[in-house]
Design a protein around this ligand. Structure first.
Ligand code: PGA
Length: 244
């Protein structure tokens, strides 16, 4: 794992956007795996600026998102489809037909999860998969568990995740208790994985991800098995690493 230590969130966002921007310039047909949450918002802002001011061209880019709340419609303000439109897709020259987010309203979950995995396979995996990390170590919504789950699947969100995400809703009662998430096979099929972490609150889980054993109770620890992972993190998020 390559670790890029930066001063703060602003620097993290610039670095991540530069890496993604370089990939898109070198390969205009890039397949990007994208993430929601607070952490990638600054990266998306910088990509929007690069599209407007530096002719970064997304017209041939395909995107595949990690997850979606189960039960939320695409136009629900807290859905991840809505988040992606608001924070990125509405502000760049991407063809939205080629932006994929799991279907939160699927009536046939088994079929739609299998379709999502087929889509990722058809695309040949993502070129870059962007990830945040939950305080409990989740990536996408792959929560701590006894096993790593390979395929796209429905998950019960942990109380920790529901509490962490309540800040985006009017109250914790409104946070859906389930979500559809890309599984570990989809995530690990990326050529490069770019994981971002900012702030002291992530320091302990970053230490477990990087220096702890590979353990499904720390889902992000599986990244130790991927040959090309770049962790961009600020000094606070890296503050508990022994090896730095
Ligand atoms: P955050 O969430 O970026 O809002 O901290 C990360 C995650 O839950 O994956």
């Amino acid at each position: 794992m390559q670790i890029i230590s930066v001063k703060d969130y602003q620097a993290l966002s610039l670095q991540a956007a530069r890496l993604i921007g370089a990939q898109v310039r070198l390969n205009p047909d890039t397949v990007l795996g994208l993430a929601t949450g607070s952490t990638p918002v600054g990266t998306y802002k910088e990509l929007i600026r690069m599209c407007a001011e530096e002719d970064l061209d997304f017209s041939n880019v395909t995107t595949v998102n990690l997850d979606e709340y189960y039960g939320l419609a695409p136009d629900h303000e807290q859905s991840y489809r809505y988040f992606m439109n608001q924070n990125l897709f509405d502000h760049i020259n991407i063809d939205k037909e080629f932006t994929y987010v799991p279907d939160g309203l699927s009536k046939d979950l088994e079929a739609s999860c299998a379709d999502y995995d087929d889509l990722i396979e058809f695309l040949g995996g993502t070129d870059i998969q962007l990830l945040g990390i939950g305080h409990d170590g989740h990536i996408g919504f792959n929560e701590p568990d006894d096993v790593f789950t390979a395929g796209t699947h429905l998950v019960d969100l942990t109380p920790d995740t529901i509490e962490a995400n309540a800040r985006f809703f009017k109250s914790a009662d409104e946070v859906p208790h389930q979500a559809i998430t890309m599984g570990m096979k989809g995530i690990m099929s990326a050529s490069t994985i770019l994981i971002l972490a900012s702030g002291k609150a992530k320091a302990s889980i970053i230490r477990k991800m990087v220096e702890g054993p590979v353990d499904p109770q720390v889902p992000a620890s599986i990244l130790q098995l991927h040959p090309d992972v770049v962790l961009i993190a600020d000094e606070d998020a890296l503050s508990e690493l022994m090896a730095l």
